[in-house]
Write a protein that binds this ligand. Structure first.
Ligand code: SAM
Length: 392
């Protein structure tokens, strides 16, 4: 049932998550949104003396868990509910280990949820534009854990890389101890392309200065960690970005696109709208296959929207396969769709910017920086960070 976010974790990934906990003899382990129970099963294999508690909103899931994992106290309850601890017959702050792969759907921004965020040290997260179930599950787990209790939770990419989640990252880095992050391979979950990561943390602290970031393969094998200072992790927490940075000796004071007085704009109108107008327009499907040739575009009729001029550079800002495609306009004033950025740079910098964007390293950077849950997106903020002198 996709509406309640039923995407199940493969056993090797669950085993890997559990192997990364520090505790050896926890008394109590919980899994909110237990699904088929692979996370709890992994925990049982490591901690067979603990007491196990599972919650799920799906009755069928709970009766299967009771059959397959009889050692679990399996409860048919709403993991989002304010009365969770009462319903689980567990005191708030009494759990040693929590494992979780929460569902993802939108929720109303209620005072009750804001109170919960404030209580568990996620006060900046009360300002999130939208509330989603995954962040509420994170908060519910934090509430149930004792101080020093450990949580392993699988969250969507945006929590680790999106600008809108800087506040959440700050909350986690200042009020809790992030013990590590594991980027999971793309397409790890059947039926969804969402990129995800495991967040491993300890409730409250003490806070570590450098945090290990790993990449896992489909079999749950994790490579060597890159150790990143907590301050840098506010910007991004993904393994691929930091590995790319290390490989390319990218330092934070490098010259970027943002230093060159460029104006970046995206189109405002959707492909559908522009098709309806029956005019020539530039969309992600319009990029030429040979990225080195400059393009000649037909003029769109005078139209109140973002359109091209000779010398403009166009970049695909959204989409899985076309992300980061680049083209330079040789001629034509054509309207661009909302999936395309127009970079307008001073004449003296244009050729250099274009060359760097289409270089192998530039193309790699654009793909790595793209983030998002399903469709990949490059934000304008990220584009302004495009590094300029590492491509020669
Ligand atoms: C992404 S699946 C993960 C299942 C399992 N933990 C795993 O890792 O394979 C999310 C689970 O949360 C359950 N769920 C969705 N909304 C829920 C809610 N409000 N309360 C409790 N469980 C919920 C779904 O039924 C589903 O089993």
């Amino acid at each position: 049932m996709e509406t309640i976010g039923q995407y199940f974790t493969a056993q090797p990934v669950s085993d890997m998550m559990v192997s990364l906990f520090q505790q050896d003899t926890p008394n109590r382990v919980i899994d909110l949104g237990v699904g088929h129970g692979s996370l709890l099963y992994a925990a049982y294999n490591r901690y067979n003396k603990a007491d196990f508690y599972a919650a799920d909103i799906d009755k069928k899931v709970i009766s299967k868990i009771s059959e397959r994992l009889p050692f679990v106290n399996a409860l048919h309850i709403d993991g989002l509910s304010k009365g969770l601890s009462k319903q689980m017959k567990l005191k708030i702050g009494s759990v040693d280990i929590a494992v979780c792969n929460p569902p993802y759907y939108r929720l109303d921004k209620t005072t009750e949820l804001k109170d919960l965020f404030n209580k568990v040290g996620l006060k900046n997260s009360t300002k999130l534009i939208k509330f989603t179930s995954d962040i509420v599950f994170l908060a519910q787990n934090l509430q149930m854990l004792k101080k020093g209790g450990e949580l392993g939770i699988i969250l969507p990419d945006s929590a680790f890389t999106g600008h809108e989640f800087v506040g959440l990252r700050e909350d986690l880095l200042t009020n809790h101890n992030i013990r590590g992050i594991v980027q999971l391979p793309d397409k790890i979950f059947k039926k969804t392309e969402a990129r995800t990561h495991i967040l491993l943390m300890e409730k409250c602290g003490p806070i570590q200065k450098r945090i290990p970031i790993y990449q896992s393969d489909f079999s749950g094998n994790i490579g060597e960690a890159v150790n990143i200072s907590a301050d840098n992790l506010l910007y991004r927490m993904d393994h691929s970005y930091y590995v790319w940075k290390e490989l390319n000796k990218y330092s934070d004071d490098i010259m970027t696109l943002g230093d060159l007085n460029v104006a970046i704009k995206r189109g405002h109108k959707t492909k559908k709208y522009l098709q309806g107008k029956n005019i020539p327009f530039f969309h992600t499907t319009s990029f030429p296959s040979d990225i080195k040739t400059k393009i000649n575009l037909k003029n769109s009729p005078v139209f109140d929207d973002v359109s091209t001029e000779p010398g403009d550079i166009l970049i695909a800002r959204v989409g899985k396969r076309c992300i980061g495609k680049v083209a330079m306009v040789n001629s034509g004033n054509q309207v661009i769709s909302d999936c395309v950025y127009r970079v307008r740079a001073p004449k003296k910098h244009r050729s250099r910017i274009f060359r760097e964007l289409i270089s192998d390293k530039g193309q790699q950077w654009l793909r790595i920086i793209a983030h998002g849950v399903c469709a990949q997106v490059i934000s304008k903020r990220d584009l302004l960070h495009f590094p300029l002198n590492i491509h020669s």
